[in-house]
Each structure stands twice: as C-alpha cells, then as structure tokens.
Design a protein around this ligand. Structure first.
Ligand code: CAO
Length: 564
C-alpha cells in the first residue's frame, strides 16, 4: 500500500502557526478531509485535513510546534484503489514520532475496501452503495468533513454556485454550530457541478455537500465508508474497558491523540478540549463524570461555576491577582436569551484583553481641520464614480499616517528580545479595523507610502468587502506597522482605541462635523475631525506621541504636504 505524506497546505501566508491540537494518533483511520491537527495563528485557527483516506502510520508533529506551509504533518497509509494513483508513493519510513505512544495492538481488522467491479464512469449522482472508489472521471462528492461534533449544524452560507471554479482550500460553504462558524474548504481544485444542499439545511459530518469536477484521479470517499469508520471507532471505544495511551482520549466519534501539554492523562474528546482551551481550564484539574471518567462539557461548566463562586480561589490559582467578575443569574430579574459567541468574537476578546493587560496605554486627543480636504474630496466625487470607486476620508488618513510614520519612525516599531531591542520596519503597512457581522477584522494595506490616494481608495473598498464576505486570509491580516480604527461613518466624538500588539500605535477616527473655530477675530465654520491616538508607553513617550500627532493633524489640515 502506498504511503502519503500530508503537509501543511497554503494557510494564507500564516507563518509559524502553532499546533494546538493533534486530532489523530498512530493507528487511527482517517477519511479524506478529516482534520489531522489544529493550527492556530494569532488571527485564526484552522484544521489541517488529510487529503487521502487511510491509516495514520506516523504523526510528524507535536503540540506546541510551530509550522509553516509545506511542513510535514503525518504519514498516511492509503487505503483502497486510489492508493495506486497517489503521487507520493515513494516509501516513507514507518517510525513512530519520538513523543508518540506506540500504536495499540490492532484489536480488529481495518475495514477492507470492496474491490470495484469496473472503473466508475463519470456519474452525476454518486452511487450510494459503493464503499470506496477511485474516480478517474474526476467527479467527487464533497462531504461535510470532521467538524468536531456529531450534532447537526446549520449551513448558513453557500460560498459557491454551480459553474464556479474553485482552488484547493477555497471555501465551499459556511457551517455554524452553537460554538462557532466554520468554512468548509475544498479539498481539490475544480469546478462545482451541482449543489446537494441548500442554505439553512441542517447537516452532519459525512453528509454530501456538492459535486465537484476535478482534474485527474482523486479518491472518492462516500458516506457509507465514513459511517463505517465512525461505527468502528465507536465500537472500539466501547470495547476498551480501560483507556490505553493510544485511545485514551477517544471521544464518542472521533479518534484523537493524547495532547502532550494540555490535560496529559485526561480522557476527553476534542470538543471538550477546545472548550477547555477557550475557558483557559487545565483539564487535569477537572473530574470527569462520563463513562470511565471521561470528561464531558458539563464537567467544564460545573468547574467554571465553582471557580466563579470562589473568586479568591480563582485569583490565587491563576496567580494573576485579578479579581474574577462573578457570574450573575440575570434570569432572576426578567426574561433573558443566551447566545453563543462566535470564535472570532472570542479570539478578539482574548487579543483585546492581552493587549489591555500587557500594554501600558496612553491616549491623546486632537482635532484635525479637514475643511479643505473635504472640499477637495467633494470635487473628486464624479471622478470617483467614473473610476468605479468611492473616495472617503480614509485614503487621505492612511496617506497622512504613512507620512507621519516616516517622520516619526518609532511609531512603526515593535519590541523584541523581551524589551531589549526595537524593530524598526522599513516598510509601511497599515491595518484598518473593519466592522463585520462576524466580528472585528483588521486587514492590512501594504506599502501605503507608495500608493496613490485612488489606489488606496480601491484597496479600502476591496479589503472591507473581503472582510465582510469572510474572504480574508491570515496573510491579509498580518504585517501591520500601525492601525487605524475609524468610527467616522458611525458616529461619536472620541474613543480610546486599544493598541494592536506587537504594533505600538493606533489611531482612532471619530465623526467629522462642522464646528465654530475661533480664527483670532471671528468664529469660522470649519469641518473638524476628532482623532485619538493610543500608544504603548513602554516604547512611545508623551513627546514622541505629541510630535507624531501634531504632524498628522498638520498633514490632514493641509494635504498639499502629503506630496512633500
Ligand atoms: N466623519 C464623517 N463622515 C465619515 C467619516 C468621518 N470620520 N468617515 C467616513 N465617513 C463617511 C464616508 O465619507 C462615507 O460617506 P460618503 O459616501 O458620503 O462619502 C460614509 O461615512 C461611509 O463610509 P465607510 O464606512 O463606508 O467608509 P470608510 O472608508 O470611512 O471606512 C471602514 C471603511 C472599513 C473603516 C469602515 O466601513 C468600518 O468598518 N468602520 C468600523 C471600524 C471599527 O469597527 N472600528 C472599531 C474597532 S475597535 O472595536
């Protein structure tokens, strides 16, 4: 049988994404699209799926390791006829990874794929009875991959339509469980032939999503095989009266390995482990109430409740000394409704708190007189329409920031070596906070200093659209030197933005309005733009902040200086 090495695919430029969870162990049976590991960059977490069905013979990574695109993840012994057509058929040594437990003696045979009587013709509808087929005709039914739960989840968005061409990794649909919304990436490049579900449908792992026409020979793994594999794992769990290292952490349906760092020796499934990470709970501190001491979600909820009712104990346990905000039973005061927060909201919350706790913030306020800028902008409205774009104040603010950063380079630095050094960046990439229904995202506009106002206007529109359509990749959100958060279109006279580390400065933009401004003799109606500048006081002192701000305000007050 051929062995296939699975590597980290294009993860949108995320460099050094950390392995936060191993979803499989040596000896596990995996399906196409089944997650092998979970990677987390500072902006998102993503499952790395297997591209083949088979048996895991080597896990090449450990929790806590940092991986980039192309890094080897695992070796899979490919099951079935497609094993013949797998390109990476070169022998791969079957050594167990140093930290991985020995594979358990196989208590039962692996499911043998039925030999196919004859090559499968290109079929519009997949044959429901076939168990495993290698399709050279290039039509593949894409199922719901491992979504970390056996429960049905809602399909909230179809990201493709019949006729669309997709690249490997492109989002096909968006699913939403009570915990998170997740995109299902295409395992292959190809053309969408037919949708097999509709928006609003309730789907489970293994349900068919769509029919894809791909080039070349690809494995077609059908529902029945997935169900069989699932049953097999379930039987295995039931038969194992005592958890052994190899299957210790097998939840009801999905085989997982024993994480090295979190909850070592704890019997819990991936969903419970994920929840524990979200709560910041050390699994070994929680007692499991499930069969054979398995941890279930209710155990975590109880644990949190107990901790919350004992704030002093929680504070002492974390060593942070931060008093815990006690949980209130709001239903005691009237009717309530509880909704789950999206993963993005929770990540943003964690990032905000990290910044708030680590960065000593100072915020300064000033107003820029943008009367002439606004007159100039109004005069360009028709040209903007001709160009098919919209000129808001944002491109001017971006440009002014680029010049102010050039003149005050400390604002584009980051701390390094634990505070021993400062990294000065010789590029000017500026992040722009975008408010989306899914939560806050901060795409980064590259080389702002080298772009024209029109180019920036187009990019602002494009990136804001991409953010709202959930099309941003981790690469789109990395590498910023400084951030702008504009609430100008929404309102308000000022706010204190939170620095986006490792950056050291962020500009808050509020709503411009005409105000009476004293010119020495009379009050003049001037359009004033309220600005707030927050910075990391470990790096920027008040003088630096004042100089940067004064320059920025002057640039916006006289945009001719932007050309200097
Ligand atoms: N004062 C007055 N009007 C403003 C303004 C300001 N400071 N900024 C923008 N406007 C106007 C624009 O000119 C536009 O009107 P016209 O079409 O008549 O010119 C209108 O408001 C809408 O602008 P916009 O929001 O579509 O575009 P933008 O370039 O100003 O901003 C973006 C783009 C992506 C920054 C913005 O849409 C957005 O998402 N802002 C929210 C950011 C956020 O949530 N920050 C908080 C983060 S911390 O929680």
């Amino acid at each position: 049988m051929a062995k296939q090495q699975i590597t980290v695919p294009d993860i949108g430029g995320a460099e050094g994404a950390e392995v936060i969870e191993l979803l499989v162990a040596v000896g596990d049976e995996v399906e196409v699209e089944q997650g092998l590991i979970v990677l987390e960059s500072d902006k998102a977490s993503m499952e790395i799926p297997s591209t083949v069905a088979g048996i895991v013979v080597e896990v090449l990574v450990a929790e806590g390791e940092e991986l980039a695109e192309g890094a080897p993840v695992a070796v899979i012994e490919v099951v079935g006829e497609e094993a013949q057509s797998e390109e990476s058929a070169e022998p791969v040594e079957q050594t167990a990874p140093a930290a991985a437990p020995e594979p358990e003696p196989e208590p039962e045979p692996k499911p043998k794929p039925k030999p196919k009587p004859e090559p499968e013709p290109a079929a519009q509808e997949p044959e429901p009875e076939s168990e495993l087929a290698a399709s050279t005709a290039g039509e593949v039914t894409i199922p719901v991959p491992d979504i970390g739960t056996e429960d049905a989840v809602e399909l909230i968005e179809l990201s493709v339509q019949p006729g669309d061409t997709v690249a490997e990794g492109d989002s096909l649909v968006v699913l939403e469980s009570d915990k998170a919304s997740m995109e299902v990436p295409s395992p292959h490049a190809g053309e969408v032939l037919k949708l097999l579900v509709s928006e609003g449908a309730s789907v489970k792992q293994g349900d068919d999503l769509l029919l894809l026409k791909v080039e070349g020979a690809v494995p077609v793994v059908e529902k029945k095989v997935q169900e069989k594999a699932q049953e097999k794992v379930e039987e295995k769990v039931q038969e194992d009266a005592t958890p052994t290292p190899a299957v210790e952490a097998i939840p009801a349906a999905i085989p997982v390995s024993e994480p090295a760092s979190a909850g070592k020796g704890v019997y819990a499934g991936p969903a419970v482990r994920k929840l524990a990470r979200e709560f910041g709970i050390e699994l070994s501190e929680v007692s499991g109430s499930g069969s054979r001491g398995r941890l279930v979600k209710e155990d975590l909820h109880k644990f949190v409740q107990t901790r919350l009712s004992s704030p002093a104990a929680a504070s002492a346990a974390t060593g942070a000394g931060i008093p815990v905000i006690p949980e209130v039973d709001f239903s005691a005061f009237g009717e309530i409704e509880i909704t789950k927060r999206s993963r993005l909201d929770k990540l943003t919350a964690a990032n905000m708190q990290r910044s708030w706790l680590n960065v000593p913030h100072v915020t300064q306020f000033d107003d820029a007189d943008i009367t002439e800028l606004e007159e100039f902008r109004a005069g360009l409205k028709s040209e903007g329409e001709k160009r098919g774009t919209r000129l808001t104040p944002m491109p001017f603010i971006l440009k002014a920031c680029a010049v102010a950063l050039r003149d005050n380079p400390k604002f584009a630095t980051s701390l390094a070596d634990g505070g021993e050094s400062l990294v000065y960046k010789q590029y000017c990439h500026i992040g722009m906070a975008v408010d989306t229904p899914a939560g806050l995202m901060v795409p980064v506009i590259r080389d702002v200093d080298r772009k024209t106002i029109w180019e920036l206007a187009e990019e602002v529109l494009a990136l804001a659209g991409k953010a709202r359509d959930r099309k941003l990749t981790p690469a789109d959100m990395q590498g910023g030197c400084f951030t702008i958060s504009s609430l100008g279109s929404i309102g308000g006279t000022g706010f204190t933005p939170i620095v986006n580390p490792p950056e050291v400065g962020i500009l808050g933009v509020s709503r411009a309005e005409i105000r009476p401004v004293w010119d020495g003799e009379v009050f003049q109606p001037r359009k004033m733009l309220p600005l707030s500048l927050s910075y990391d006081h470990r790096v920027i002192n008040g003088g630096d902040g004042g100089r940067f701000f004064a320059r920025l305000v002057a640039l916006l007050g006289d945009i001719r200086q932007l050309a200097m």
